[in-house]
Design a protein around this ligand. Structure first.
Ligand code: NAD
Length: 437
Protein backbone atom coordinates (compact mmCIF):
# COMPACT_ATOMS: atom_id res chain seq x y z
CA UNK A 1 0.00 0.00 0.00
CA UNK A 2 1.20 3.51 -0.77
CA UNK A 3 0.30 5.72 2.14
CA UNK A 4 0.48 9.51 2.61
CA UNK A 5 0.34 10.74 6.21
CA UNK A 6 -0.69 14.39 6.42
CA UNK A 7 0.69 15.84 9.66
CA UNK A 8 3.93 14.47 11.12
CA UNK A 9 3.41 15.18 14.82
CA UNK A 10 3.11 12.63 17.64
CA UNK A 11 0.37 10.66 15.91
CA UNK A 12 1.34 11.11 12.24
CA UNK A 13 4.99 10.32 12.76
CA UNK A 14 4.42 7.28 14.97
CA UNK A 15 1.65 5.94 12.71
CA UNK A 16 3.71 6.59 9.57
CA UNK A 17 6.84 4.94 10.97
CA UNK A 18 4.89 1.91 12.25
CA UNK A 19 3.00 1.44 8.98
CA UNK A 20 6.33 1.60 7.12
CA UNK A 21 7.80 -0.90 9.57
CA UNK A 22 5.13 -3.46 8.67
CA UNK A 23 5.93 -3.09 4.99
CA UNK A 24 3.89 -0.22 3.58
CA UNK A 25 5.38 2.56 1.50
CA UNK A 26 4.82 5.73 3.56
CA UNK A 27 5.38 9.42 2.91
CA UNK A 28 4.98 11.68 5.95
CA UNK A 29 3.93 15.21 5.05
CA UNK A 30 4.09 18.34 7.17
CA UNK A 31 3.98 22.03 6.32
CA UNK A 32 6.52 22.71 9.07
CA UNK A 33 9.71 22.91 7.01
CA UNK A 34 12.04 22.71 10.01
CA UNK A 35 10.35 19.49 11.14
CA UNK A 36 10.65 17.90 7.70
CA UNK A 37 14.26 19.00 7.26
CA UNK A 38 15.12 17.47 10.64
CA UNK A 39 13.36 14.22 9.76
CA UNK A 40 15.09 14.05 6.39
CA UNK A 41 18.38 14.37 8.28
CA UNK A 42 17.37 11.49 10.58
CA UNK A 43 16.58 13.72 13.57
CA UNK A 44 13.26 13.03 15.31
CA UNK A 45 11.90 16.32 16.68
CA UNK A 46 9.88 14.79 19.53
CA UNK A 47 10.79 12.45 22.37
CA UNK A 48 9.02 9.13 22.08
CA UNK A 49 10.85 5.98 23.21
CA UNK A 50 12.07 3.90 20.25
CA UNK A 51 10.80 6.30 17.58
CA UNK A 52 14.23 7.51 16.41
CA UNK A 53 15.39 3.94 15.71
CA UNK A 54 12.17 3.10 13.89
CA UNK A 55 12.33 6.24 11.75
CA UNK A 56 15.96 5.78 10.73
CA UNK A 57 15.53 2.04 10.04
CA UNK A 58 12.57 2.54 7.73
CA UNK A 59 13.98 5.62 6.02
CA UNK A 60 17.17 3.68 5.24
CA UNK A 61 15.09 0.78 3.93
CA UNK A 62 13.38 3.22 1.54
CA UNK A 63 9.88 2.64 2.96
CA UNK A 64 9.58 5.96 4.82
CA UNK A 65 10.21 9.44 3.48
CA UNK A 66 9.37 13.00 4.46
CA UNK A 67 8.20 15.96 2.44
CA UNK A 68 6.48 19.33 2.58
CA UNK A 69 5.04 18.62 -0.86
CA UNK A 70 1.53 17.40 -0.05
CA UNK A 71 0.44 17.25 -3.71
CA UNK A 72 3.03 14.76 -4.90
CA UNK A 73 2.61 12.59 -1.78
CA UNK A 74 -1.18 12.47 -2.22
CA UNK A 75 -1.08 11.98 -6.00
CA UNK A 76 0.77 8.70 -5.67
CA UNK A 77 -1.06 7.39 -2.59
CA UNK A 78 -3.76 4.70 -2.31
CA UNK A 79 -4.60 5.85 1.20
CA UNK A 80 -4.23 9.35 2.69
CA UNK A 81 -4.38 9.69 6.48
CA UNK A 82 -5.20 13.07 7.99
CA UNK A 83 -3.29 13.29 11.29
CA UNK A 84 -3.14 17.06 11.76
CA UNK A 85 -3.81 18.79 15.07
CA UNK A 86 -7.34 19.54 16.32
CA UNK A 87 -6.59 21.88 19.23
CA UNK A 88 -9.18 23.67 21.34
CA UNK A 89 -10.55 26.69 19.54
CA UNK A 90 -9.50 29.81 21.43
CA UNK A 91 -12.35 31.11 23.53
CA UNK A 92 -15.03 28.45 23.25
CA UNK A 93 -13.29 25.05 23.41
CA UNK A 94 -14.81 23.60 20.23
CA UNK A 95 -12.30 21.49 18.29
CA UNK A 96 -10.51 23.76 15.84
CA UNK A 97 -11.02 22.01 12.50
CA UNK A 98 -9.20 24.56 10.35
CA UNK A 99 -6.16 22.26 9.82
CA UNK A 100 -8.41 19.33 8.93
CA UNK A 101 -10.49 21.36 6.47
CA UNK A 102 -7.45 22.88 4.82
CA UNK A 103 -5.79 19.45 4.51
CA UNK A 104 -9.03 18.11 2.96
CA UNK A 105 -9.08 20.88 0.34
CA UNK A 106 -5.41 20.26 -0.55
CA UNK A 107 -6.03 16.50 -0.80
CA UNK A 108 -9.01 17.13 -3.11
CA UNK A 109 -6.84 19.11 -5.50
CA UNK A 110 -4.04 16.54 -5.53
CA UNK A 111 -5.78 13.14 -5.43
CA UNK A 112 -5.39 10.94 -8.51
CA UNK A 113 -7.27 7.69 -9.05
CA UNK A 114 -9.19 5.92 -6.28
CA UNK A 115 -8.05 7.30 -2.94
CA UNK A 116 -9.23 6.48 0.57
CA UNK A 117 -9.06 9.54 2.82
CA UNK A 118 -8.88 8.53 6.47
CA UNK A 119 -9.48 10.82 9.42
CA UNK A 120 -7.02 9.77 12.11
CA UNK A 121 -7.17 13.12 13.92
CA UNK A 122 -9.70 13.26 16.74
CA UNK A 123 -12.65 15.07 15.19
CA UNK A 124 -16.22 15.86 16.25
CA UNK A 125 -19.07 13.74 15.02
CA UNK A 126 -20.06 14.75 11.51
CA UNK A 127 -16.55 15.87 10.47
CA UNK A 128 -16.25 12.94 8.05
CA UNK A 129 -19.38 14.20 6.26
CA UNK A 130 -17.94 17.72 6.12
CA UNK A 131 -14.57 16.52 4.80
CA UNK A 132 -16.36 14.55 2.10
CA UNK A 133 -18.40 17.63 1.20
CA UNK A 134 -15.25 19.82 0.99
CA UNK A 135 -13.46 17.31 -1.23
CA UNK A 136 -16.43 16.97 -3.59
CA UNK A 137 -16.85 20.74 -3.74
CA UNK A 138 -13.18 21.41 -4.50
CA UNK A 139 -12.87 18.55 -6.98
CA UNK A 140 -16.21 17.07 -8.09
CA UNK A 141 -14.39 14.43 -10.16
CA UNK A 142 -12.26 13.14 -7.30
CA UNK A 143 -12.68 9.39 -6.77
CA UNK A 144 -12.52 9.26 -3.00
CA UNK A 145 -14.08 7.59 0.00
CA UNK A 146 -13.77 9.16 3.44
CA UNK A 147 -13.31 6.94 6.50
CA UNK A 148 -12.80 7.53 10.20
CA UNK A 149 -10.02 5.64 11.97
CA UNK A 150 -9.45 7.26 15.36
CA UNK A 151 -6.11 6.73 17.04
CA UNK A 152 -5.84 5.42 20.62
CA UNK A 153 -2.05 5.41 21.09
CA UNK A 154 -0.61 6.87 24.29
CA UNK A 155 2.43 9.08 24.20
CA UNK A 156 5.33 7.36 25.96
CA UNK A 157 4.14 3.93 24.80
CA UNK A 158 3.06 4.96 21.33
CA UNK A 159 4.91 2.42 19.21
CA UNK A 160 3.71 -0.57 21.16
CA UNK A 161 0.19 0.89 21.28
CA UNK A 162 0.14 1.35 17.51
CA UNK A 163 1.59 -2.05 16.69
CA UNK A 164 -0.25 -4.01 19.36
CA UNK A 165 -3.48 -2.09 19.94
CA UNK A 166 -6.40 -3.36 22.03
CA UNK A 167 -8.63 -2.64 19.08
CA UNK A 168 -8.75 -0.89 15.73
CA UNK A 169 -11.89 1.09 14.97
CA UNK A 170 -12.73 1.79 11.35
CA UNK A 171 -15.78 3.87 10.53
CA UNK A 172 -16.51 3.40 6.89
CA UNK A 173 -19.59 3.56 4.66
CA UNK A 174 -18.01 2.20 1.50
CA UNK A 175 -17.15 -1.47 0.76
CA UNK A 176 -14.10 -0.74 -1.31
CA UNK A 177 -12.61 1.59 1.32
CA UNK A 178 -13.34 -1.07 3.92
CA UNK A 179 -11.32 -3.63 1.94
CA UNK A 180 -8.43 -1.19 1.48
CA UNK A 181 -8.30 -0.36 5.20
CA UNK A 182 -8.49 -4.02 6.16
CA UNK A 183 -5.40 -4.49 3.97
CA UNK A 184 -3.59 -1.55 5.61
CA UNK A 185 -4.02 -3.13 9.02
CA UNK A 186 -3.66 -6.79 7.99
CA UNK A 187 0.02 -6.97 9.07
CA UNK A 188 -1.03 -5.97 12.61
CA UNK A 189 -3.64 -8.69 12.81
CA UNK A 190 -3.14 -11.20 15.57
CA UNK A 191 -5.32 -13.52 17.61
CA UNK A 192 -6.89 -11.25 20.17
CA UNK A 193 -6.91 -8.01 18.18
CA UNK A 194 -10.40 -6.82 17.51
CA UNK A 195 -11.05 -4.81 14.36
CA UNK A 196 -14.39 -3.11 14.69
CA UNK A 197 -16.03 -1.80 11.56
CA UNK A 198 -18.65 0.82 12.35
CA UNK A 199 -20.46 3.69 10.75
CA UNK A 200 -18.34 6.80 10.33
CA UNK A 201 -20.26 8.71 12.99
CA UNK A 202 -20.01 5.89 15.52
CA UNK A 203 -16.23 5.77 15.05
CA UNK A 204 -15.98 9.50 15.62
CA UNK A 205 -17.95 9.21 18.85
CA UNK A 206 -16.04 6.11 20.05
CA UNK A 207 -12.86 8.19 20.30
CA UNK A 208 -14.43 10.98 22.38
CA UNK A 209 -16.45 8.59 24.52
CA UNK A 210 -13.30 6.54 25.28
CA UNK A 211 -11.32 9.59 26.34
CA UNK A 212 -14.23 10.99 28.35
CA UNK A 213 -14.68 7.68 30.16
CA UNK A 214 -10.99 7.46 31.09
CA UNK A 215 -10.98 11.10 32.18
CA UNK A 216 -14.05 10.41 34.30
CA UNK A 217 -12.31 7.42 35.92
CA UNK A 218 -9.37 9.64 36.91
CA UNK A 219 -11.64 12.41 38.21
CA UNK A 220 -13.57 9.78 40.15
CA UNK A 221 -10.55 8.31 41.94
CA UNK A 222 -9.28 11.82 42.67
CA UNK A 223 -12.55 12.64 44.38
CA UNK A 224 -12.37 9.36 46.31
CA UNK A 225 -8.80 10.36 47.31
CA UNK A 226 -10.11 13.56 48.89
CA UNK A 227 -12.77 11.53 50.69
CA UNK A 228 -10.12 9.09 51.96
CA UNK A 229 -8.06 12.00 53.29
CA UNK A 230 -11.05 13.33 55.19
CA UNK A 231 -12.12 9.98 56.57
CA UNK A 232 -8.76 8.45 57.47
CA UNK A 233 -8.48 5.88 54.68
CA UNK A 234 -5.88 5.21 52.00
CA UNK A 235 -6.93 5.73 48.38
CA UNK A 236 -4.29 3.29 47.09
CA UNK A 237 -5.87 0.49 49.11
CA UNK A 238 -9.32 1.56 47.99
CA UNK A 239 -8.24 1.73 44.32
CA UNK A 240 -6.70 -1.74 44.52
CA UNK A 241 -9.84 -3.06 46.13
CA UNK A 242 -12.23 -1.70 43.55
CA UNK A 243 -9.85 -2.34 40.63
CA UNK A 244 -9.84 -6.08 41.34
CA UNK A 245 -13.46 -6.13 40.20
CA UNK A 246 -13.16 -7.19 36.56
CA UNK A 247 -16.07 -4.91 35.68
CA UNK A 248 -14.03 -1.91 36.86
CA UNK A 249 -10.40 -2.89 36.21
CA UNK A 250 -7.25 -1.50 37.87
CA UNK A 251 -6.16 1.00 35.23
CA UNK A 252 -6.72 4.76 35.46
CA UNK A 253 -7.33 4.50 39.18
CA UNK A 254 -4.19 6.33 40.29
CA UNK A 255 -5.07 9.43 42.28
CA UNK A 256 -2.97 12.46 41.43
CA UNK A 257 -2.96 16.15 40.56
CA UNK A 258 -5.62 15.89 37.85
CA UNK A 259 -5.27 14.80 34.23
CA UNK A 260 -3.49 16.89 31.63
CA UNK A 261 -1.95 16.23 28.25
CA UNK A 262 -2.67 16.89 24.64
CA UNK A 263 -5.89 14.88 24.54
CA UNK A 264 -8.07 14.53 27.65
CA UNK A 265 -8.53 18.24 28.47
CA UNK A 266 -9.24 19.35 24.91
CA UNK A 267 -11.27 16.29 23.96
CA UNK A 268 -13.51 16.36 27.03
CA UNK A 269 -14.14 20.06 26.40
CA UNK A 270 -14.88 19.50 22.71
CA UNK A 271 -17.21 16.62 23.66
CA UNK A 272 -19.08 18.89 26.08
CA UNK A 273 -19.46 21.50 23.31
CA UNK A 274 -20.75 18.79 20.94
CA UNK A 275 -23.36 17.79 23.50
CA UNK A 276 -24.48 21.39 23.82
CA UNK A 277 -24.51 21.95 20.04
CA UNK A 278 -26.62 18.85 19.43
CA UNK A 279 -28.95 19.69 22.34
CA UNK A 280 -27.99 16.48 24.14
CA UNK A 281 -25.93 17.62 27.15
CA UNK A 282 -23.14 15.36 28.43
CA UNK A 283 -23.47 16.26 32.09
CA UNK A 284 -21.07 13.68 33.52
CA UNK A 285 -18.40 14.90 31.14
CA UNK A 286 -19.16 18.54 32.01
CA UNK A 287 -18.67 17.74 35.69
CA UNK A 288 -15.50 15.76 35.05
CA UNK A 289 -14.02 18.73 33.26
CA UNK A 290 -14.94 21.22 35.99
CA UNK A 291 -13.72 18.94 38.80
CA UNK A 292 -10.40 18.33 37.05
CA UNK A 293 -9.67 22.00 36.34
CA UNK A 294 -10.38 22.87 39.96
CA UNK A 295 -8.16 20.04 41.15
CA UNK A 296 -5.13 21.14 39.15
CA UNK A 297 -5.44 24.63 40.64
CA UNK A 298 -5.91 23.25 44.17
CA UNK A 299 -2.64 21.31 44.10
CA UNK A 300 -0.58 24.43 44.78
CA UNK A 301 -2.44 24.95 48.06
CA UNK A 302 -1.15 21.54 49.26
CA UNK A 303 2.36 22.84 48.77
CA UNK A 304 1.51 26.06 50.59
CA UNK A 305 0.07 24.05 53.49
CA UNK A 306 3.15 21.78 53.62
CA UNK A 307 5.30 24.93 53.83
CA UNK A 308 3.39 26.12 56.89
CA UNK A 309 0.84 28.42 55.22
CA UNK A 310 2.99 30.52 52.86
CA UNK A 311 5.54 29.95 50.12
CA UNK A 312 6.70 33.56 49.99
CA UNK A 313 10.48 33.55 49.60
CA UNK A 314 10.57 29.73 49.84
CA UNK A 315 12.57 27.63 47.39
CA UNK A 316 10.38 24.96 45.87
CA UNK A 317 11.93 22.10 43.86
CA UNK A 318 9.61 20.68 41.22
CA UNK A 319 10.36 17.13 40.07
CA UNK A 320 8.65 16.41 36.77
CA UNK A 321 7.02 18.90 34.40
CA UNK A 322 5.52 16.88 31.55
CA UNK A 323 1.92 15.72 31.83
CA UNK A 324 3.12 12.14 32.27
CA UNK A 325 6.43 10.25 32.15
CA UNK A 326 8.22 9.18 28.94
CA UNK A 327 7.20 12.15 26.87
CA UNK A 328 8.41 15.71 26.35
CA UNK A 329 4.82 16.89 25.85
CA UNK A 330 3.86 19.80 28.10
CA UNK A 331 0.38 20.39 26.67
CA UNK A 332 -2.07 21.11 29.54
CA UNK A 333 0.35 19.56 32.05
CA UNK A 334 -0.69 20.01 35.71
CA UNK A 335 2.72 21.71 36.24
CA UNK A 336 1.39 24.61 34.15
CA UNK A 337 -1.33 25.24 36.74
CA UNK A 338 0.73 24.48 39.85
CA UNK A 339 3.91 26.44 39.13
CA UNK A 340 2.27 29.79 38.24
CA UNK A 341 0.18 29.53 41.43
CA UNK A 342 3.35 28.98 43.47
CA UNK A 343 5.06 31.92 41.74
CA UNK A 344 2.00 34.07 42.48
CA UNK A 345 2.43 33.09 46.13
CA UNK A 346 6.01 34.40 46.07
CA UNK A 347 7.89 31.09 45.73
CA UNK A 348 11.24 30.65 43.98
CA UNK A 349 10.91 27.59 41.74
CA UNK A 350 13.70 25.32 40.54
CA UNK A 351 12.50 22.49 38.31
CA UNK A 352 13.87 19.33 36.80
CA UNK A 353 12.37 17.01 34.19
CA UNK A 354 14.25 14.27 32.30
CA UNK A 355 12.82 15.24 28.88
CA UNK A 356 10.43 18.18 29.17
CA UNK A 357 12.65 21.11 30.13
CA UNK A 358 13.03 22.55 26.64
CA UNK A 359 9.27 22.59 26.03
CA UNK A 360 8.65 23.80 29.58
CA UNK A 361 11.12 26.67 29.28
CA UNK A 362 9.03 28.09 26.41
CA UNK A 363 5.92 28.10 28.61
CA UNK A 364 7.49 28.82 32.01
CA UNK A 365 10.40 31.13 31.22
CA UNK A 366 10.69 32.72 34.66
CA UNK A 367 11.68 29.66 36.72
CA UNK A 368 15.08 28.03 37.14
CA UNK A 369 15.87 24.66 35.58
CA UNK A 370 18.30 22.18 37.09
CA UNK A 371 20.39 19.39 35.58
CA UNK A 372 19.13 16.71 37.93
CA UNK A 373 16.56 16.06 40.65
CA UNK A 374 19.23 16.48 43.33
CA UNK A 375 20.42 19.77 41.82
CA UNK A 376 16.83 21.07 41.81
CA UNK A 377 16.50 20.14 45.49
CA UNK A 378 19.67 22.04 46.50
CA UNK A 379 18.69 24.44 49.30
CA UNK A 380 14.96 23.76 48.80
CA UNK A 381 12.34 24.25 51.49
CA UNK A 382 10.07 21.72 49.82
CA UNK A 383 10.28 19.22 46.98
CA UNK A 384 7.14 18.53 44.95
CA UNK A 385 6.78 15.42 42.78
CA UNK A 386 4.52 16.42 39.88
CA UNK A 387 5.30 13.70 37.30
CA UNK A 388 6.10 10.08 38.17
CA UNK A 389 9.26 9.56 36.08
CA UNK A 390 10.86 6.19 36.91
CA UNK A 391 14.17 7.80 37.86
CA UNK A 392 12.52 9.59 40.80
CA UNK A 393 11.62 6.24 42.37
CA UNK A 394 15.29 5.38 42.72
CA UNK A 395 16.34 8.75 44.16
CA UNK A 396 18.86 8.45 46.98
CA UNK A 397 16.70 9.80 49.80
CA UNK A 398 19.66 10.40 52.11
CA UNK A 399 21.32 12.66 49.50
CA UNK A 400 17.99 14.34 48.76
CA UNK A 401 17.49 15.21 52.40
CA UNK A 402 21.08 16.41 52.74
CA UNK A 403 20.65 18.71 49.71
CA UNK A 404 17.49 20.35 51.03
CA UNK A 405 17.20 23.19 53.49
CA UNK A 406 14.25 21.48 55.16
CA UNK A 407 13.10 17.93 54.33
CA UNK A 408 9.52 18.55 53.22
CA UNK A 409 8.01 16.55 50.36
CA UNK A 410 4.66 16.87 48.60
CA UNK A 411 4.24 13.78 46.45
CA UNK A 412 1.36 14.42 44.03
CA UNK A 413 1.82 10.99 42.38
CA UNK A 414 2.23 8.74 45.44
CA UNK A 415 5.62 7.66 44.13
CA UNK A 416 7.11 7.21 47.59
CA UNK A 417 6.19 5.07 50.57
CA UNK A 418 5.11 7.46 53.36
CA UNK A 419 6.58 5.21 56.09
CA UNK A 420 9.95 5.09 54.34
CA UNK A 421 10.01 8.87 53.88
CA UNK A 422 9.10 9.36 57.53
CA UNK A 423 11.94 7.01 58.51
CA UNK A 424 14.35 9.23 56.55
CA UNK A 425 13.04 12.23 58.46
CA UNK A 426 10.89 13.83 55.77
CA UNK A 427 7.65 15.64 56.48
CA UNK A 428 5.69 13.87 53.75
CA UNK A 429 2.32 14.63 52.15
CA UNK A 430 0.94 12.22 49.56
CA UNK A 431 -2.44 12.04 47.87
CA UNK A 432 -5.47 10.40 49.38
CA UNK A 433 -4.13 9.11 52.66
CA UNK A 434 -5.54 10.68 55.79
CA UNK A 435 -5.48 10.27 59.53
CA UNK A 436 -8.73 9.13 61.16
CA UNK A 437 -10.83 12.13 62.24
P1 NAD B 1 0.77 17.53 16.67
O1 NAD B 1 0.47 18.95 16.91
O2 NAD B 1 1.93 16.89 17.37
O3 NAD B 1 0.99 17.28 15.10
C1 NAD B 1 0.18 17.80 14.10
C2 NAD B 1 1.08 18.12 12.90
O4 NAD B 1 0.26 18.43 11.78
C3 NAD B 1 2.00 19.30 13.11
O5 NAD B 1 3.34 18.90 12.87
C4 NAD B 1 1.53 20.33 12.06
O6 NAD B 1 2.59 21.11 11.55
C5 NAD B 1 0.92 19.42 11.01
N1 NAD B 1 -0.06 20.03 10.11
C6 NAD B 1 -1.19 20.72 10.43
N2 NAD B 1 -1.87 21.04 9.32
C7 NAD B 1 -1.19 20.53 8.27
C8 NAD B 1 -1.41 20.52 6.86
N3 NAD B 1 -2.50 21.08 6.31
N4 NAD B 1 -0.50 19.92 6.08
C9 NAD B 1 0.59 19.35 6.63
N5 NAD B 1 0.85 19.30 7.95
C10 NAD B 1 -0.04 19.89 8.76
O7 NAD B 1 -0.57 16.75 16.99
P2 NAD B 1 -0.73 15.23 17.50
O8 NAD B 1 -0.51 15.14 18.97
O9 NAD B 1 0.01 14.33 16.58
O10 NAD B 1 -2.30 15.03 17.26
C11 NAD B 1 -2.86 14.90 15.97
C12 NAD B 1 -4.30 14.43 16.11
O11 NAD B 1 -4.33 13.12 16.70
C13 NAD B 1 -5.15 15.32 17.00
O12 NAD B 1 -6.46 15.34 16.50
C14 NAD B 1 -5.12 14.60 18.35
O13 NAD B 1 -6.24 14.88 19.12
C15 NAD B 1 -5.13 13.15 17.89
N6 NAD B 1 -4.54 12.21 18.84
C16 NAD B 1 -3.41 12.54 19.54
C17 NAD B 1 -2.85 11.61 20.41
C18 NAD B 1 -1.60 11.96 21.19
O14 NAD B 1 -1.28 11.22 22.14
N7 NAD B 1 -0.88 13.02 20.87
C19 NAD B 1 -3.44 10.36 20.58
C20 NAD B 1 -4.57 10.04 19.83
C21 NAD B 1 -5.12 10.98 18.97
Amino acid sequence: MRIAMIGSGYVGLVSGACLADVGHDVVCVDFDEAKIEALQAGVVPIFEPGLDILVVRNAEAGRLSFTTDLSSAVASADVVFIAVGTPSQQGDGHADLSYVHSAAASIAEAAKGFTVVVLKSTVPVGTGDEVERIIRQVNPRAEIAVASNPEFLREGAAINDFKRPDRIVIGVEDDWARTVLAQVYRPLRRDRLQVQFTSRRSAEIIKYASNAFLAMKIAFINEIADFCETTGADVQEVARGIGMDARIGPKFLHAGPGYGGSCFPKDTLAFVRMGQDFGSPLRLVETTLAVNEQRKRNMASRVVAACGGSVRGRRIAILGLTFKPNTDDMRAAPALAIIPALLDGGAIVNAYDPQGMHEASLLLPSIDYAESALAAAEGADCVVVVTEWAEFRSLDLRSLKAAMKSPVMVDLRNVFDPAKLAAYGFAYTGIGCGAAP
